[in-house]
Design a protein around this ligand. Sequence first.
Ligand code: DQA
Length: 143
Amino acid sequence: MKILVIHGPNLNLLGKRETDIYGTLTLAQIDDKIKALASELGLKVAAAQSNSESEIIGLIQNSDYDLLIINPAAFTHTSISIRDAISAVGKPAIEVHLSNIHRREEFRRKSITAEVSLGQISGFGAESYLLALRAAKTYLSGN
Ligand code: DQA
């Protein structure tokens, strides 16, 4: 079972960026945690980060995976084209956020991509990705 993890714009700056909101772990450290848990769960995982909406759509359309875990970052709130790519490909998707988007600014409370996702995990820092991976395993195992 193959999982594709996509990190959206500005998440390459994790560890330096607004650490009070997003924590002090770098993206590389988060990816290491994701890979360690994936191997424990017997899942294959590939992770990619992009600041470009077009590249993210390309990854969603062209990669080989059974389930998508995506933190669309700011595109969560703006991108109909990422939403449509998830819907068009028809693979199950789990939306992840480090921060709890529902207790932040009004504009972050609306997710366009959640409408085409199995569910959303928001507010647990890097742990949000690990919870998503566990949910992915359960879902793909048919439980
Ligand atoms: C984020 C929340 C978004 O609102 C924001 O634009 C991000 C990160 C999160 O992981 O908490 O860049 O997706």
